[in-house]
Design a protein around this ligand. Sequence first.
Ligand SMILES: [Mg+2]
Length: 222
Amino acid sequence: MPRTAVVFDLFNTLVPGADKARDRGIEEMAEVVGVDPAAFVRAFHESWPDRLVRWDPAETVRILAARLGAHPSDAAVAEAVRIRCELGARLLADVKPSTLHTLDALRASGFRLAVLSNTTAETTDLWPATALAERFDAAVFSPEVGVAKPDPRIYEAAADRLGVRTRDCWFVGDGADGELAGAAAVGMAVIRTTEFQDTDPTWPGERIAELAELATGLYRNS
Ligand SMILES: [Mg+2]
């Protein structure tokens, strides 16, 4: 049976991961809440597992500031969250026209599309206003599911929301967080992308250098 759906990772797959811009944003937030910028960046990185599935942006700011000995006012927390959300919106808008065309072509040929992202809570709120959102039949973000890739349950949630089985899906991602092995473990056919970053160079399977290659490749393989 041909595969009928494509599940996409988000950062470093559909849009750049923008790690440096993120760190600069966290440093700016640190100034607002009155903590050492480098220590705040470290605290953000170390709390990735909690931020993925648990904390909202305001909790994140409060908890991490408290770990560094600061107790910012509600106004300072709100300003830090504003900085975070503004950056998030900018990152989600940074999508190439060729990516949008590819998604449109896949959908026009009958594929159902989902985005499946290990991300933090603000992405869920920002997503609907993006140019990407209308291209997808389903969006699954780790904070609202309560688990993250490579947990099989999050891949199953994506397939469920598309109305297909995991073995009906392609999975396309850069490979962060062990997501490629996780997708393969639930029966998805995996394509690794190196368009933005060579995240998982030892992955032995199929690889594309840019998303636009899917427009012809999946028709051929499905
Ligand atoms: Mg990624």
